[in-house]
Design a binder for this molecule. Structure first.
Ligand SMILES: [Zn+2]
Length: 116
């Protein structure tokens, strides 16, 4: 499966955002265009959540990632792989089919792109 994410690009300042807002968060312009991103990016930071909010207590512990997506926007998501994650690692995102606001990240190798 080819990962992809929906984002919005501001026509005025070209800023990409994953948020579903009606105006650009950076410049306030209302002219946003839907674009698809590969969902591939680089781990900026992560943490292991041992004490989650009440509604997620059955899912702890889990690893939360901050990922700089190729193309600009930063995404927050969860680590789907069983192995360790590290800062600078290449990962790909997949949206949760039951929770559209939740992204799952897994290890991605840039050499994978050539084998598809
Ligand atoms: Zn803008």
């Amino acid at each position: 499966m080819t990962p992809s994410l929906q984002a919005k690009r501001c026509a005025t300042c070209q800023t990409l955002s994953l948020e579903s807002s009606l105006a650009c968060r950076k410049c306030g312009a209302p002219d946003l265009t839907a674009v698809s991103l590969s969902g591939i990016g680089t781990v900026y930071s992560y943490c292991s959540v041992q004490v989650p909010p009440t509604q997620l207590r059955d899912e702890a512990p889990y690893v939360l990632l901050i990922v700089e997506l190729d193309g600009g926007p930063v995404a927050l998501g969860r680590w789907a792989s069983s192995g360790d994650v590290r800062i600078g690692q290449r990962v790909s995102a997949e949206a949760d089919s039951r929770r559209p606001d939740l992204l799952w990240f897994q290890t991605y190798s840039d050499s994978d792109a050539g084998s598809r």
